[in-house]
Design a protein around this ligand. Structure first.
Ligand code: ADP
Ligand code: ADP
Length: 236
């Protein structure tokens, strides 16, 4: 059962001087419940792919469907709903997802407040997410009082606040030392396993791509090959 279907997706950026073909006929299928790594050289189109899947960047041509939503043809209202409820996005710099003066519990509740979730439900869900991600101890701390790995796990909780079906992560371990990176990646696996969210993670980190069941390689804006790996065993 495919959650994500990309069919011959093209994304062209037109600047004043040049035309950049960031995606040049990309095909990709991601099943519900999968956790995949997307790898590729700098400039190969990985961020563009995530931005397209996030609904923030419309494809120039081709088809993109996520959870039944046709992303080539979203009305403004559908786009708001899609970004709020269907996808969650985790950036490389966790600080960008956090707000300096809000505690972890407050920042995780923020997307739920915007979505109109009642206060009691917000508080409960925020605590559950922080607990699941191993950062319950950060609930009353502000970003400055957290380590980089804790900030990144709280920002994953923010992305999950409105229970998205698809979690997108752009180099979520990029700025972390290897031990902290392993912790953050393990949190993504927990999200995939415990919440059933489909996870697409862009990474340069071989330790990360080595631990997922499927790695998709992108080259010059196309999926060049799909490296299949056996399912990782728990605790390995
Ligand atoms: P990656 O994430 O693999 O490093 P990107 O998706 O960021 O690759 O970029 C793919 C190509 O598209 C690069 O050549 C990049 O410079 C170009 N590009 C990305 N975003 C823009 C933009 N907003 N305007 C112009 N060119 C862009
Ligand atoms: P990454 O390597 O992680 O993709 P980049 O530094 O390439 O990060 O891109 C950061 C942001 O800048 C992205 O949102 C991308 O779309 C945009 N961008 C990348 N290349 C260009 C470009 N040539 N012109 C304008 N914006 C760009």
């Amino acid at each position: 059962d495919a959650l994500v279907v990309c069919d011959n997706v093209v994304r062209i950026y037109q600047t004043e001087t040049v035309e950049v073909q960031a995606l040049q006929g990309l095909d990709l299928l991601v099943d519900r419940g999968e956790l995949i790594a997307v790898v590729g050289a700098s400039g190969s189109g990985k961020s563009t792919l995530l931005n397209v899947l996030a609904g923030t960047d419309a494809p120039t041509a081709g088809k993109v469907r996520v959870a039944g939503h046709d992303l080539t043809d979203l009305t403004r209202t559908e786009q708001v709903h899609y970004r709020r409820h269907v996808v969650g996005f985790v950036r490389q710099q966790a600080a960008r997802n956090l707000v300096p003066y809000l505690t972890a519990a407050q920042v995780v509740q923020l997307p739920m407040t915007i979505a109109g979730t009642p206060a009691r439900t917000r508080a409960t869900r925020a605590d559950e997410l922080l607990d699941l991600l191993g950062v319950a101890h950060c609930r009353d701390r502000r970003p400055v009082e957290m380590s980089g790995g804790e900030q990144q796990r709280v920002s994953i909780a923010v992305a999950l606040a409105n229970d998205p079906q698809l979690l997108l992560a752009d180099e979520p371990t990029g700025e972390l030392d290897s031990e902290t990176a392993a912790e953050v990646f393990s949190a993504l696996r927990t999200v995939n396993r415990e919440l059933g969210a489909t996870v697409v993670v862009v990474t340069h980190d071989a330790a990360v791509s080595g631990q997922v069941a499927r790695t998709v390689a992108i080259r010059d804006g196309r999926t060049s090959s799909e490296v299949l790996r056996s399912e990782e065993t728990d605790g390995a």
